[in-house]
Design a protein around this ligand. Structure first.
Ligand code: ADP
Ligand code: MG
Length: 588
């Protein structure tokens, strides 16, 4: 806000400076957990226990059995820019710890009530300090086990603006759960436990065995299908650059285990989870042509690089990195993933016997269990669905079982009974799938309907350009039209599935739908046009259907090759199993 008078320049006091820095480091409960867990790992912890209450808003507590902080250093650890992990600026070029900026504890303490209890092995007792909104409130000696326990209460209680940005407890807890699982996968020798509102929702064994960690994080059914990545053979140009290339390890899912979102793609660089659009893209690209459009694989990719090859000091939350040789890293990731996916060899050693620890998240936090549900709460095709039968008869059954139609709810969903429970079919999404498979199956004979009177349709300039550019493809999907003056086309025929609708609106809609995301995934224009036609052609939510129509629609869906998603990747059907129903009615 501009002021009338010029204000003198002042150095900010420490509390204010920390609070500003906190804005970058601490965005939500999961960011607090991330920093505390990284500190525990840096302290050499063998066990890390994370507790949260009310999605982390009321309480976050991280307990470790690491080295602890010497009593004399405790206040220093809470000060800004205080770290035991760097000695000089040069150390920044080869960071081997997860932390190094020395600001996380100070930042967290400035926006919460923080209590830290710690003891080193050579101390007789521990020391506890309390900090409220960045101000040291008290210090006392206290009996404690060797290690550190940090309790963060009432996060953002004095920052109402921040509080407003938090989502529901369920969502915030989901982020924390995903995060803890990712660390458990990348740090398999450390035992992780996550307790949510008093219940253990996740536990890893810390055995170092990938099979254990994968089963704990993904659930047995998904873990069983994962394929290990092997480091691709490196081509050595000169003896001296031998060990400098990226090492790529981890696990990826087979193509039939796809998801509606990218959230089951986790990428680590030197043990640090990173968000890197380009790396995620490299993984997705490796599945090119193997996944339906708009679907994403399950992948855990761990990249190892000499610290000098990667700059980790790009972002305060340390979730972004910069590579010296980014292209080399992406290429290595893509090659490793593609090789694994096409080889199809599963992780050895994941058997029924490894069912412990039970994937507790399955019941208590379904939104947080990677591999079970997509983030929008929709069943992920091939994951939960076919999982029960996956082991017995090869790839999960993506096909639908025979369904008995019972009726319609909300003028949008068809209710049906199947062998395992109650099926709800999204009538619009299902119809889109059916029309799509029809049109894609017989590209040469897509029927078209002549208009009685050709219609001149005026288009927005960008759509007119699109129509001119893709005239042949438009003809291939069933449009017959030609340029007719500036930004106008003369429409003689439309795809038969659109015959009942207004021709001008159909042309505009299809072009506009096909235009969306044009520069995106590099998907063929023809397929986009077909999907646009489907979207326009199909029964909408809000349309009452006769029992016969519903039965016909469900029969057709059963014969589809990929009946469980619409061409845009949304689920067509969800199931309430008899177990779900029983549990909801207190019989479980
Ligand atoms: P950074 O991790 O970047 O050094 P932090 O603010 O997260 O900065 O922590 C400051 C210092 O406090 C660390 O360098 C470390 O010496 C000490 N510390 C923090 N958490 C722990 C822990 N769980 N166990 C042992 N030492 C810790
Ligand atoms: Mg730290």
């Amino acid at each position: 806000m501009p002021t009338d008078e010029r204000q003198p320049i002042r150095l900010l006091d420490d509390v204010t400076a920390s609070r500003i820095a906190a804005g970058e480091v601490v965005e939500r409960p999961a960011s607090v957990v991330k920093e505390l867990v990284e500190n525990s790992l840096d302290a050499g912890a063998g066990t890390v226990r994370v507790e949260m209450e009310a999605g982390g808003r009321r309480l976050i507590r991280v307990i470790d059995d690491g080295r602890g902080i010497p009593a004399a250093d405790v206040e220093l650890a809470l000060a800004r820019h205080a770290t035991s992990k760097l000695r000089s600026a040069d150390d920044l070029d080869h960071v081997r710890t997860l932390g190094f900026r020395g600001e996380a504890l100070a930042a967290i303490a400035s926006v919460s009530h923080l209590t830290l209890l710690t003891r080193t092995a050579d101390a007789l007792e521990g020391v506890e300090v309390r900090v409220t909104n960045g101000r040291l409130e008290g210090r006392r000696p206290l009996g404690a086990a060797v290690g550190t326990r940090v309790t963060v209460e009432n996060l953002f209680h004095a920052q109402p603006a921040r509080l407003r940005f938090l989502r529901t407890d369920q969502t915030e807890a989901g982020h924390v759960t995903l995060l803890v699982m990712r660390y458990a996968l990348a740090h398999r020798n450390t035992r992780f436990e996550l307790v949510r509102d008093g219940r253990t929702v996740f536990r890893s064994t810390g055995s170092g065995d990938p099979a254990d960690a994968l089963a704990a994080a993904f659930g047995l059914d998904v873990a069983r299908e994962l394929i290990p990545l092997r480091a691709p053979p490196t081509i050595r140009l000169a003896a001296e650059d031998a060990p400098s290339g990226p090492r790529v390890g981890g696990y990826v899912g087979p193509p039939h285990l796809h998801r509606a979102t990218r959230r089951d793609i986790s990428i680590f660089v030197n043990g640090r989870p990173v968000t890197d659009g380009a790396l995620v893209h490299a993984v997705v690209q490796a599945y090119h042509t193997l996944l339906p459009g708009g679907r994403y694989p399950v992948a855990l990719v761990m990249i190892g690089l000499p610290p000098a090859q990667v700059d980790v000091n790009v972002h305060p939350a340390k979730t972004e990195v910069r590579f010296r040789d980014a292209r080399g890293v992406f290429a290595a990731v893509q090659r490793a993933v593609r090789a694994a996916v096409t080889s199809g060899a599963h992780v050895p050693g994941i058997r029924e016997a490894r069912a412990w620890p039970p994937p507790a998240g399955h019941e208590s936090a379904p939104d947080a269990q990677p591999g079970l549900l997509a983030s929008d709460g929709a069943p992920a095709a091939g994951g939960e669905w076919g999982a029960g039968t996956a082991a017995a008869c090869g790839p999960p059954a993506d096909r639908l079982p025979p369904l008995r139609v019972l009726g319609q709810v909300g003028l949008a969903f068809i209710v049906a009974e199947g062998p395992d429970g109650l099926y709800l079919v999204d009538q619009h999404a299902a119809h889109e799938r059916i029309v799509y498979e029809d049109l894609m199956a017989r590209p040469a004979e897509r029927p078209s309907q002549r208009l009685l009177v050709p219609e001149a349709v005026r288009l927005a300039p960008d759509l007119a350009g699109l129509a001119a550019e893709h005239a042949a493809l438009l003809a291939a999907v069933g449009f017959d039209m030609e340029p007719f003056g500036p930004d106008t086309v003369l429409v003689r025929a439309v795809p038969e599935v659109l015959a009942r609708s207004d021709a001008a609106a159909a042309v505009r809609d299809v072009l506009a739908l096909a235009q969306v995301g044009r520069s995106g995934a590099g998907e063929a224009m023809e397929e986009r046009l077909v999907r646009a036609v489907c979207k326009r052609a199909t029964v909408k939510a809000g349309q009452a259907l006769e029992p016969d129509e519903m039965r016909a629609l469900v029969r057709r869906l059963e014969t589809c090759a990929a009946p469980r998603t619409c061409p845009h990747g949304r689920p067509t059907v969800t199931v309430l199993t008899l177990r779900d129903i029983g549990r909801a009615l207190g019989r479980g």
